[in-house]
Design a protein around this ligand. Structure first.
Ligand code: PMP
Length: 286
């Protein structure tokens, strides 16, 4: 079935939606994005995603072509028009089409390009992987130095995902000097002696919206949280591990570089956090 998508003010059938070949998102990866989950037809943590979008735009000196209120309306309209029950809304804002290719940013009068589309994922919250867990391999992180800005420069994460596939595992953890930064499209955590350990914020990782919520819920549940870098060796000796992202929520990791963690089965901390997360975010879904 053809989706209805949104491009620069218009709701269109996906076959009719177009963006210029001179768009800086296409030529320069000069664009930022957000992915917001939908559960039971409602948006999960929309405010968090809108706030990070504003930050990404600000860091790149890109004007917001739409207000947060308009963005919420467009998200809801697409969910309704496409009858999405469970799934995601993808949003991308580029620096627009200056009419030619040039490294310098165009004048501020060139409007940004705004694209949104939905992806239906029936049963998103009941992903069977949560019962068996994921396997990961570690690879050297070769991304640029501002991973805190959510740009569409996703070539290295795509390459790392292919390395994971070639190794017959589910994902790759990206590593710098033996320390784990994050997954290809998620934040990474280990659990040791009941303590939840995840890399501190900085330019090296994306500031996950799910990460912020999960750490808040963990602290509220009196769990101990340590925000610091952890090594690949430490991960291999962990009791359990997991990842978080807007579309995977909390997903257990049961193997790192061929080494089974703990019992080799999803751990209790990941299972509990997944349960708490889903319960809490459903309460504030809009
Ligand atoms: N790190 C990276 C590199 C990501 O691409 C993502 C998901 N886009 C995340 C972390 C998780 O962020 P969020 O919880 O906001 O989806």
């Amino acid at each position: 079935m053809s989706r209805t998508v949104y491009v620069n003010g218009a709701y269109l059938p996906e076959e009719e939606a177009t963006v210029s070949i001179f768009d800086r998102g296409f030529l320069m990866a000069d664009a930022v994005y957000e992915v917001t989950s939908v559960l039971d037809g409602k948006l999960i943590d929309f405010a968090g995603h809108a706030a990070r979008l504003a930050r990404s735009l600000g860091e790149l000196e890109m004007a917001a072509p739409v207000t947060d209120a308009d963005l919420l309306t467009i998200h809801r309209e697409l969910v309704a028009r496409n009858e999405v029950v469970d799934g995601m809304v993808y949003l991308q804002i580029t620096r627009g089409n200056p009419g030619d290719r040039d490294f310098a940013y165009p004048a501020a009068s060139v409007p940004g390009t705004v694209v949104l589309f939905t992806q239906a994922k029936p049963g998103l919250a009941d992903n069977p992987q949560a019962k068996v867990g994921m396997k990961v391999v570690t690879v050297e992180d070769q991304r640029w130095g501002r991973r805190d800005i959510k740009t569409v420069q996703l070539l290295f994460p795509s390459m790392a995902k292919m390395m994971a596939k070639a190794a017959h595992v589910d994902d790759a953890w990206l590593v710098t000097e033996g320390m784990v930064n994050e997954g290809t499209s998620n934040n990474a955590y280990i659990v040791k002696g009941g303590r939840i350990i995840t890399r501190h914020l900085g330019h090296e990782i994306l500031h996950g919206i799910t990460r912020a919520a999960v750490l808040r819920f963990a602290r509220e549940a009196q769990m101990e949280v340590e925000e610091r870098a952890f090594s690949v060796e430490e991960a291999k000796g962990a009791d359990e591990a997991f990842i978080t992202s807007a579309s995977a929520f909390v997903m257990p990791v049961v193997e790192v570089d061929g080494v089974a963690l703990g019992s080799g089965k999803p751990g209790p901390v990941a299972a509990r956090l997944r349960e708490i997360y889903l319960e809490e975010v459903r309460k504030t879904a809009i």
